[in-house]
Design a protein around this ligand. Structure first.
Ligand code: SF4
Length: 473
């Protein structure tokens, strides 16, 4: 039976979460020519910039209002008004997003009011200027991303939609994923013969090429015109319930665009649901190319199940990613023994209990958890594999358990932002990676599809000792 617990320790030791502005900043990077102004002290811009640059290996540009002692006491409105004018004059952006910080929220700066005042003073400046609330003491990085999307859904789409008017596109909200994931999702949508309107698309802006001369703004990204027309789309598909689910509901409520909120398409069943949803929205059928990719994933699962069945996994990170990942873990015959997130979302915890039990799994779901908590559990009852971002490396090193890097940030490996974990192709890559890690960990040789374990020391609860190609011991 699965259980859900909430970590009660007041102090977080090795937290898994990042700060809220980084989520809004990441999402804003998916709008072509948009610039973020971080309204706070300089460190509140520097920390997210460094985190993003280390993960995406791209220069990350964010403006800051650089609040000081004086502006903290007397208010930072003046700095914000100056920053807005400087950014427009120097960069000529297509859009500006102002995100708050712990500091500006605590002193109570009225950011929307300052933006109104700026626009009244400068009627010649007609670009959209958005305000997104991102105090890090309410939620975390996923809250920042989601708040940005709800602001986009509320304020950007064109409300003057004629009855039956459509742009022929589907709004797709990938959520917190990597550029490689967005490219894989685009591939699926393209193969289906459909056109996606991506909310948002940082597949190029945060994983671009080298161009000379350097473009004024990074290539790619969703345009402001596309955001305007998103109220005329055929439907909205949000691929992460907690990041974008509310935006999909806003599109439905305010603009009559039907919303579909799905589980992140990791693994066979979750990807099937995504593809089937696209067929329900349109009359397009599933093309041969996707059927072949699906069959290849099924084959990979069959080929590897004898090596992975029964293994215990500890996973941590963002709730939406964990929810999707459970699908693939179950399809590989493994058990997610511990599922830990920094989120405190109780209804997500209940959903995960239902999900794991429905799949015949027994998991402990830990809310508001940190990596110290996970480490203690692994020490007491070891697992075979850890899955999560780079911050869990110390658990992997200390307990000699392989770490499959996934989520944000992955800063101690190169190119992880380019790979994909979604769709049939993403799942095949993950199946290969997980199986190869098991081979490295447990076997000194793999002979004719047979894994031979030669007494590798380490914490393993359900060892594969000798398995032949038919899965029989
Ligand atoms: S003070 Fe708040 S907003 Fe600024 S870096 Fe720290 S957590 Fe993030």
């Amino acid at each position: 039976m699965s259980t859900v617990v909430k970590q009660s320790r007041a102090v977080a030791i090795n937290p898994t979460r990042s700060c809220a502005p980084i989520g809004a900043m990441l999402a804003n990077y998916g709008i072509h020519g948009a610039i973020t102004i971080n309204h706070g002290s300089q460190g509140c811009a520097t920390y997210p910039r460094h985190q993003m640059a280390r993960h995406f290996r791209e220069p990350v540009e964010v403006a800051t209002t650089s609040l000081t002692e004086k502006t903290t006491v007397y208010g930072g409105k003046g700095n914000l008004l100056t920053a807005l004018k400087n950014i427009v004059d120097r960069f000529n952006p297509t859009m500006i997003m102002v995100c708050s910080t712990c500091l500006s929220e605590t002193i109570g700066d009225d950011i929307p009011g300052a933006i109104d005042e700026f626009q009244e003073k400068h009627p010649e400046i007609t670009i959209p200027i958005l305000s997104v609330k991102t105090p890090s003491y309410i939620g975390n990085h996923i809250t920042g991303f989601d708040n940005f999307l709800t602001e986009i859904a509320n304020s950007m789409p064109d409300k003057r939609k004629k009855k039956g008017e459509t742009n022929g596109k589907i709004n797709i909200i990938p959520g917190w994923v990597n550029p490689g994931d967005i490219r894989e999702l685009k591939h699926i949508v393209r193969e289906m013969g459909l056109h996606g309107l991506w909310l948002t698309d940082y597949s190029e802006t945060l994983d671009g090429g080298y161009y000379e001369p350097r473009p004024h703004f990074a290539r790619g990204g969703t345009t402001v015109e596309e955001l305007r027309s998103s109220s005329k789309s055929l439907a909205t598909v949000s691929l992460q319930p907690l990041i974008g689910g509310e935006a999909a509901r806003i599109y439905e409520r305010r603009y009559g665009v039907p919303g579909h909120v799905l589980t992140m398409p990791i693994g066979l069943a979750n990807t099937d649901t995504f593809v089937e949803t696209l067929t329900e929205i349109t009359d397009h059928t599933i093309p041969e190319a996707l059927q072949v990719e699906r069959a290849r994933l099924l084959d990979a699962l069959v080929d590897t199940h004898m090596f992975t069945t029964g293994l215990r996994v500890a996973m941590y990170g963002d709730p939406d990613m964990l929810e999707g990942l459970v699908g693939l873990i179950a399809e590989m015959g493994m058990t997610p023994a511990y599922i830990l997130t920094a989120s405190e979302n109780a209804s997500w915890g209940e959903r995960m209990v239902e999900l794991t039990q429905g799949l015949g799994l027994e998991s402990e779901i830990i809310l508001k958890g940190d990596l110290h908590e996970l480490h203690m559990r692994i020490k007491a009852n070891p697992v075979d594999l850890v899955i999560g971002h780079s911050k869990g490396k110390f658990i992997s090193d200390a307990e000699k358990i392989p770490l499959i890097r996934m989520g944000f940030p992955v800063e101690d490996r190169f190119g992880y932002h380019r790979r994909s974990i979604v769709g049939y192709n993403g799942a095949v890559s993950l199946v290969d990676e997980i199986t190869n890690v098991i081979f490295e960990r447990k076997a000194t040789s793999v002979v004719s599809n047979t894994l031979v374990e030669l007494g590798v020391e380490g914490p393993t609860s359900s060892p594969i000792t000798l398995t032949n190609g038919n899965g029989k011991h």
